[in-house]
Design a protein around this ligand. Structure first.
Ligand code: 5GP
Length: 117
């Protein structure tokens, strides 16, 4: 999958469409999913243009790679998820990945079932 600069998350990063931000730093933006699959459903995206994890690891700088994973944990910390959470990376067609910009789903806030991503 090649990077499409018109994907919805690229537009969010360019402030062309709004989002409900829960955490932001130099490397990531974390915002509420528009169609939540759990009581808490937040997406964490890198600010760089990467389709998926493999793209980030192969083409990202060490600072971007480090910053992405630390940004996920900083988001978890901001959300205060004392009872735990589920982290999901849909990748490619078989996973149902809809948006071709790397994103981690954080699901939490309730006892999660197997069908929640
Ligand atoms: P995927 O299926 O690619 O792993 O997940 C994409 C996620 O992005 C879905 O959970 C979907 O609800 C969410 N999403 C799609 N468009 C928007 C949008 O415009 N704003 C927000 N906040 N979330 C979106």
């Amino acid at each position: 999958m090649s990077y499409d600069t018109n994907n919805i998350f690229a537009k969010i990063l360019r402030h062309e469409i709004p989002n409900a931000t829960v955490y932001e730093d130099d490397f990531v933006l974390a915002f509420k999913d528009i169609n939540p699959k759990a009581k808490i459903h937040v997406l964490v995206i890198p600010k760089g243009s990467y389709v998926d994890l493999q793209d980030l690891i192969e083409h990202g700088t060490p600072a971007e790679i480090d910053g992405f994973f630390k940004g996920i944990l900083a988001t978890v910390s901001t959300l205060q998820l004392a009872n735990g959470y589920r982290l999901v990376f849909n990748t490619g067609k078989d996973s149902g990945q809809e948006v071709p910009h790397l994103h981690a789903h954080i699901l939490a806030g309730e006892k999660l079932c197997s069908h929640q991503l």
